[in-house]
Design a binder for this molecule. Structure first.
Ligand code: FO1
Length: 285
């Protein structure tokens, strides 16, 4: 059965997953494709860690921990405690049940499945009804240049607690990436999809997706609506506001709209930022 309408939602982790969850509640499975940032992924303890994919998967399955937003509700941490006692790296907390996801993902990848295929298997097993895909099956790694050196995303975000002042963000290996097959199909198929950029960090969570060669241009040809992650000069979640200030940018919804100029045709702001609507409209949104 072909869908009457199709929405592509581009999302990072916790903040974006909330909007993806809302869209999933409103749309039939064939009507929504959730595209996850995989720039945050890394190899850790011999495992392929895909935080944004997993956050989306757990959220849409109704299994995410409501307080943290990431990981599973009702999680136990025996493995991390044992690892710490052995002097192992326990700064990145993988719960016992979350570890099962990682073990199974590793097994699927070693059996030759792509990250898209492995994600589909895991999501289906968890009861997710809507499609979640990585932006690309090839690894792209977000690198954060700071005053204290260059860090991979999770080193910056979790181990360094976003403390080092950010000077720039890069996406290693992006040039070699291609959009995931399902995303390519949706972009080429009909009816023409509407694209929703979730309220994720534009620089850390959305830009890695847009760095996949050709993707920004393909998306810009479609109706794109972006949702501001900045409300009243503060980030809904995470280090977006701190980072914007460190990059010398005004911390405002308007500045996020400027970031999406030429891509988004509509921009959703909170009533608290109503005074910026005129300036955002002047950007052509
Ligand atoms: N975030 C933390 O702040 N501390 C953690 O130890 C941590 C572990 C973790 C494990 C699995 C996972 O899927 C997510 C995890 N996150 C953790 C969240 C993650 O760092 C962020 O949600 C994203 O990468 C930012 O979008």
């Amino acid at each position: 059965m072909s869908a009457a309408r199709r929405i592509i939602a581009i999302s990072g982790g916790v903040g974006g997953a909330k909007l993806a969850q809302g869209l999933a509640a409103e749309l039939d499975p064939g009507e929504l494709l959730v595209v996850a940032n995989t720039g945050d992924d890394f190899e850790h303890l011999g495992l392929r860690i895909c935080p944004d994919l997993d956050t989306l998967m757990y959220t849409l399955a109704g299994l995410a921990d409501p307080a943290r937003g990431w990981g599973l509700a009702g999680e136990s941490w025996h493995c991390m405690e044992a690892l710490g006692a052995l002097g192992g790296p326990d700064w990145f907390r993988l719960g016992d049940r979350d570890l099962a996801t990682h073990l199974q993902r590793g097994a699927l990848l070693r059996a030759g499945l792509s990250l898209s295929e492995a994600t589909a298997r895991l999501a289906t097993a968890l009861g997710v009804r809507h499609a979640i895909v990585p932006m690309s099956d090839a690894p792209v790694r977000t690198l954060v240049d700071t005053d204290r050196g260059t860090f991979t995303f999770q080193e910056y975000f979790v181990r360094e607690r976003c403390e080092p002042p950010v000077r720039g963000v890069r996406f290693d290996n992006a040039a070699a990436a291609r959009p995931a097959p399902a995303l390519r199909d949706w972009l080429a198929g009909s009816p023409q999809p509407v694209v929703v950029i979730c309220p994720s960090n534009p620089w850390l969570s959305v830009d890695p997706v847009l760095a996949v060669p050709g993707l920004r241009e393909r998306l810009a040809a479609l109706p794109v609506v972006a949702v501001s992650p900045i409300v009243g000069g503060r980030a809904l979640k995470g280090p977006a506001a701190k980072m914007m200030a460190e990059l010398g940018l005004p911390v405002s919804a308007l500045e996020v709209a400027r970031h999406y100029r030429g891509l988004a045709r509509a921009f959703v702001i909170d009533r608290a930022d109503e005074d910026q609507a005129g300036a955002i409209g002047a950007l052509g949104m």
